[in-house]
Ligand binder design. Structure first.
Ligand SMILES: C[S@@+](CC[C@H](N)C(=O)[O-])C[C@H]1O[C@@H](n2cnc3c(N)ncnc32)[C@H](O)[C@@H]1O
Length: 242
């Protein structure tokens, strides 16, 4: 059971509010490329691929073969990427040693059994293949705008598995080496654009704060937007495990 549900309304909100144009993800392209070393024959599992935005970006950037796996039928309905399989982290619908890398973007906090997921990833990945995790981690929210405008959401983030927990689970499953770096993305062209596009249903930390806390954050955001120039740039972590 995910931390929150992904039904039709949430899937529609996610597709509208969270998908970023590939041009705003240039730093991610570069960071992933360093670890993936993609070739035409490289196969990558996009686990919890949601509406398929990253699968589409990786296919376009690197020309690799991406297989999406996603448990929520409503999210799959918005994904045009193929192949796209129903399945979840606890029981991957893939053969042993069949993929060259795995990509897990903002999904790890939904996985109920992290240790089982790490073992499943060990099973399907070839020896030496990396697991690339894009996520906010507890204690590392300072350069993510959402947590500035909605500080109550930090308490939600603190319930996510932290870096030490994730590293320990993956080390025990056979991924002993890890590195972490913060990677920038342009989340919105301006704070006004950010405020206008923001949809609570598309962000787990906002779904799990009170209505009052959410309204107060939106009021702060709307008041600041006209006086805050420049794009909204967020830094999420890229954790790489081998
Ligand atoms: C915040 S969305 C991220 C979607 C996509 N990875 C992205 O970054 O655009 C989280 C996704 O994780 C999926 N998910 C939840 N529990 C999962 C599990 N146990 N195994 C795999 N995916 C899961 C959800 O259905 C949802 O599509």
């Amino acid at each position: 059971m995910a931390l929150v549900s992904y039904d039709d309304a949430e899937a529609a909100a996610f597709a509208a509010a969270r998908e970023l144009p590939p041009a705003s993800l240039d730093r991610w392209r570069h960071a992933v490329q360093q670890h993936l070393r993609p070739r035409a024959t490289t196969s990558l599992l996009d686990l919890g691929c949601g509406t398929g935005a990253w699968a589409r970006a990786f296919t376009g950037w690197f020309g690799i073969q991406v297989v999406g796996v996603e448990p929520a039928s409503a999210m799959r309905a918005y994904a045009e990427h193929r192949p796209l399989l129903a399945g979840d982290a606890g029981a991957l619908p893939l053969r042993d040693s069949s993929v060259d890398a795995a990509w897990l973007s903002t999904m790890l906090h939904h996985v109920p059994d992290l240790d089982a997921a790490a073992h499943e990833l060990r099973r399907v990945l070839r020896p030496g293949a990396p697991v690339l995790i894009r996520s906010p981690f507890p204690g590392r929210h300072q350069r993510i705008g959402l947590f500035h405008w909605f500080p109550e959401a930090i308490r939600v983030l603190e319930t996510y598995p932290d870096l030490a927990r994730v590293r320990a689970a993956f080390a025990a499953a056979g991924f002993p080496v890890s590195s972490v770096e913060a990677v920038a993305q342009t989340t919105a062209a301006s704070l006004a654009d950010f405020a206008q596009r923001l949809d609570r249903r598309a962000h787990t930390p906002l779904r799990l704060i009170s209505d009052d806390a959410y309204e107060a954050g939106m009021a702060r955001l709307r008041a600041a937007a006209p006086h805050t120039p420049g794009p909204v740039v967020d830094h999420l972590d890229l954790l790489v495990l081998r």
